[in-house]
Every structure is written in structure tokens, then in C-alpha cells.
Design a protein around this ligand. Sequence first.
Ligand SMILES: [Zn+2]
Length: 499
Amino acid sequence: MKKLLLTVAAILLTFGLVFYQAYDWDGRQGALNEEIKRNPDNNLYIIDAELNTKDKVLTAAQKIRYVNNEEEALSEIYFHLYPNAFKKKETTPVLFDEFDRAYRNGFAPGSIEIQYVSLAEDNELKPLKYSIIGEDETVLKVELDGILLPEQNVTIEMQYKVVIPPAFERFGFGEEHINMGNWYPVAAVYDEKGWNIDRYYPIGDPFYSDIADYEVTIKAPSGMIIAASGQLLEQRQQADSSIWTFTANSLRDFAFVANSQFEISERLVEGVLIKSYYYTGDEFRGKDALDLAEKTIRTFNQAYGKYPYQYYSVVETAFPSGMEYPGLVYINEDYYDLDSNYEYFVYTVVHETAHQWWYSVVGSNQVDEAWLDEGLATYSEAIFAEKQYGKSASKEYVGYFRETADNAISAKAIGGAVLKPLGEFKNWEDYGPAVYDMGAVTISNLREMVGDETFFDIMRTYYKEFKFKNASTEDFIEVCERVSKRDLKDYFDRMLQGD
Ligand SMILES: [Zn+2]
């Protein structure tokens, strides 16, 4: 157990905030395992949450050990509060502009209410000044009481209440499911451009985060099954609740899905415990998802380098498509119907699994450079097709990307560059063919130019060098040029800049 003596009395802050009772970490129910080795250079999130499935509310205490890995001193730290985007209809990030699909039972707001933010230092809590900013109120600015020098760390403690909206989205609930994507305050990335505090755009996956270690305890009513990023350390029964403890090292984000209707099939593959979560009655594709995840992990382990975690979950849920989170992906429940398009089901599982390499392990700025992970994940579908069905299948698949991109260009749906920030895309019709299809064609053409051997050498080098880091398009091009010993700037400019 963490030894933190919380002796601070309740006081009123000088700037007028009500001071909340300090959280009793010693009294928490979940298993804390001090044997687990943490990386001192990673941020560490310790979250103790309680999910009220009746009221659709989650309350949590969270401690973050934030490490200044930049070369500049910091006087403030920013966190994303993504649930606040769901407060108002105008800012809700509804996917594919399908408001009626997302709120089929009517709109109600979702949010995250911060109750206190304190510095946890020398066994004491010292309240910190904070404010909530941004046009959709999705940024928490915490002012440090002093300066955080490079390589130093600071521990911040907060409590908050998350109101889950009735949205069939990354974050939201329906009759059975509760999707918890991007639900907790996550530190923004500080890079050469400064703090990245972009809003929650309704186009793309507008996230950008650093690798961190996690220790997450979720208390939920008995009977509720929780599929989560990270490794399940313990599930403990307490009266009519279950307490789930998850742990993870060097993970980019932490998501979970709660549903009492889950059945689970699991299998150990090359050191990874793969789990498929599916609804009763959907066994056929639920078991197939497990086979597909196995084939995909084997294929990309060989093509790119080994998947570094011991866990991976493919989760059937109410979501309009597939969505990648580290160690866990959402797959649309409709794709589990035997009448639905089988290929679409297959390639959604493959695509989201490919994101474990491109987005999760090798991170990138998905707001400014969405093509980088989407282009690689989409092209990875062709690599899977090649491995499973041969070269002609893969060629046909790439032909489809090319045709989609060409059609969009001739229909003028793509407005200019592939490489541009999310805010500059008009809509999904502009974003999709540019980022996914042109992105995949860019990678496919690269492979044709440099040849198979060099291409896979590039991919493995890029994976190895940027594992657990964030890479930029420039970094990717640098690896391509170095490994292939070719000048590729003009090629990438032509493909990505739209001239
Ligand atoms: Zn994707």
C-alpha cells in the first residue's frame, strides 16, 4: 500500500474554492501491488473510481506523478477534460455527423466536474489554483506553486465526478453498455510547439498523449463485467459490488467498457492474453474476433516488431465503427450479426489491431498529423490480406484505396493536403479518403519504390526507434530516407501536400 499520510485539515482556499476532504488512499479497496516495477521517467496515474451504473455517474480520486521530460521549466500543467465536450449539443463530438444515431434516446449532457486539485507533497496536500478553459471547456489548467525543472516530477491529486451521457459514442451509455473512452483528466503533451490543448474535434480521433504507467481500480455493481486497457490484476467481491484492479506500464491511454451481457473467449498467443468480449448470442463472430486478433498479432509481430504488452482485448459494443485504445478496441455490435458484411468485420478488427503498433506503441499527434497513424493502420490491412490470402488479394485491396482516393479527388471532396490539422478538414467525406485512403496509397507507393526488403526494414526501424514515444511525419520520412538511402522529400511532399 502507498504510505501517504493525509493530515491536512479542511481549509478554505484563499481564492475562494471549497476544499474537499482529502482522499483516503489507504482505505481503498483495490489491490495495490508495489512489486510492480514502474518506469520513473513515465507519468504515473493512480485512479480509484466508483461506477454508479444506475445513475450513470463515475466518481474518482486520481493521483498523477507528472514527470517533466522536456528541456524547459514548467510553471503549469494542462490536462484534457474530454467529457466536457458532451455538455452541449453544439460541442458534442458526434461521429459522422449522425446526431440521431448517437442520441437515439434524446440528448442529455455529459461532463466532468473537478472537485479539487492539490499538490501532494511531503505527506501533505496543498491546494493548487486551477481553471477550466477552451471553447468546449475540455482543458484543465493547473498552476504549479513554483517551477518544475526538467527531469523533476510533481504529484498532483484531484477528485472529480464524471456524468456519462446517453451517447452511442466513444464515451456514453445505452441500454446495456457503458463506453468509457477519454474519461479521466489526462495530461496534455508538451512538445516543441508548447502545450497541445486542442479541443475535442468531431472529425478524426483528436487525441495526442504521452506514454504513462497506470494503476486503476474500478468499483462497479456485481454482475457488471469490465473490459479495460491494462492487465487485470484482481477482481474482488465486496458486498454487492465488484472491485476491479488493472495495472499497465508504458501505456498511452486507459479506456474501459462495462456491460453485464459480456461473454469472454480468451487465448494466449506469443505471450499475449487475447480476450474477445461479445454479447450472448454473438458467439460465432465473437470467437472469430479472437481468431482474427490472433492472426493479426502474429502477422504484425513478424512484419513490424513484437507487440509489447501481455494483454489485448477486442470488445463488442455500441459504437458506429471500430475505435482503438491501447490494449483494447471497440468493435461495432452490428458487425457481429451474421447477416452483416463479413469483410467489414474482419478488416475493422485488423485495422484497430494495427493501431496497437501505429498510435498506441508508436504515438503521433492525431490532431495535426492524422494521416500518419491512419495511413499506416489502413495499409496494414493490405499486409494482413497479403499474409492471409496472397499478393493478389493485397493488390486488389490497395487498388480499392487508390480508387476511393482518386474518386474523392475528382469529385473535389478532398480539399488539398492530406497532412493538415483536423480543424482544416471540411467533413468526414473530406477527411476519410484523404487520411485513410491517400494515406495508405502513400505507404503502398513507398513500398513499390524501395522494394519489399527495404520497406519492412523501414517499418521495423521506425517501430523500434519510436516505441513508447511520439513520432512526427518528419521523423517517419527521416527513417524512410535513412534506411532506403534515398531522397524522398519530394515524394512525400507530392503525396501529402496536395500540390
Ligand atoms: Zn484508424
